[in-house]
Design a protein around this ligand. Structure first.
Ligand SMILES: [Zn+2]
Length: 82
């Protein structure tokens, strides 16, 4: 997935409600643990960096580092738009 494809997927996910827009409660970074990335759908591999994000609601999602960075950017950008 290219950066632009990831960005489109984030915007679509935020609009559709399939990706959270909330402020994370906690964020953990680490090596990939074969978890499905909430953005691109690929598994995080031991050679990747993954971020596990937990929300106040108790929900959590896992992203690759690149996917997390784009989600964070677009989540901030779209704050208050709808
Ligand atoms: Zn990903």
């Amino acid at each position: 997935m290219t950066t632009e494809q990831r960005r489109d997927a984030v915007i679509a996910g935020l609009c559709a409600g399939t990706l959270p827009r909330e402020q994370p409660l906690r964020v953990w970074g680490g090596v990939g643990t074969d978890v499905k990335c909430a953005l691109c759908g690929d598994q995080t591999r031991p050679t990747d960096v993954e971020y596990e994000i937990e929300f106040a609601s108790g929900a959590s999602v896992t992203f690759h580092d690149q996917c997390y960075a784009i989600w964070n950017e677009e989540r901030d950008r779209s704050d208050g738009v709808d």
